[in-house]
Design a protein around this ligand. Sequence first.
Ligand SMILES: [Zn+2]
Ligand SMILES: [Zn+2]
Length: 345
Amino acid sequence: MKAAILKAPNEISLEEVANPAPMPGDVVIRVRAATICGTDIRIYRGRKTAGVRYPSVLGHEFAGEVVDAGGHAGLAPGDRVGLCPFIACGHCHLCKTGHENLCTGGSAVGYEIDGAFAEMIRIPAQAVAAGNLRHLPDHMSYEEAALVEPLSCVLNGQNKVGVSSADTVVVLGAGPIGLLHVHLARHRGAKRVIASDPNATRRAAALAAGADAVIDPLAEDALARVREETGGQGADVVICAIGVPALARQATDLAAFSGRISLFAGFSKGEFAEMDVNAIHYRELTVTGAFGLSRRDFDQSFDMIASRQLDLKPMITHSYPLSDISDALAVAESGAAIKVAVRNA
Ligand SMILES: [Zn+2]
Ligand SMILES: [Zn+2]
């Protein structure tokens, strides 16, 4: 089969490799669509190296068709499926206390396990046994199913920071993750959703995703605009949806008294940010992190998309065959696209 092999930072090439060799109980899937994540770009560019293997295959947002069902009841060749790509160990302290997304003994497709930028992928038996596979309803496209994973991470972030109908939410960065935050905040009934991004295409996409207002932080004073949009209060919730350290500082300025801040996006290794500690102290701000997803986040996100409570189809703006993986990565990195899909016929 063909697979996009990451050999070193900045080096990915399409190569002929052996088909996946399943162990007993493993499932093999023909990848039909995979979407490119910001993390894939960070790994490709060498800005994220922890846990990264060379050579390996990236891609953790995907869906496809079962080729080898591994003897599992209820699973057959030809079934259309999506996968929660993180496989927690299931027995550590974090797994047992409801934080399986933080499990350090787990493994993930696209990291420890070769990922979806390939014609086929092997799913370990343990993931199937743990319920990480879901059948797609007929009306759900492979691309939509691929978006369940990033939506799951966004759901985890909004659960941690606590977005509800009482909140005005400011999302800093309207790339794919920021837009998912806009979609989800809207779905949760947030009172007002405001997105900030210097890229005009992304601001337009944020409005289309349901934002009430957008800010161009290069052309206007974001703090003044947020005050104006919130009756002088500031935002109840500020979500940093892009890993720019300066935004962490801006978030404290934008937050209302008793506001909450989500440092959702990952930062490059070794980066630090200054935050106004007195703002956090005197205004009683809460700062939350968010990382990864649990099976519960995956199931809930899957159902939101499958039941059309969220329509994320417009987010897929570009689609390339696997043979054009380099072009797909380049356009994802350029910011010209929202979400880029890599397809196998
Ligand atoms: Zn991702
Ligand atoms: Zn664990």
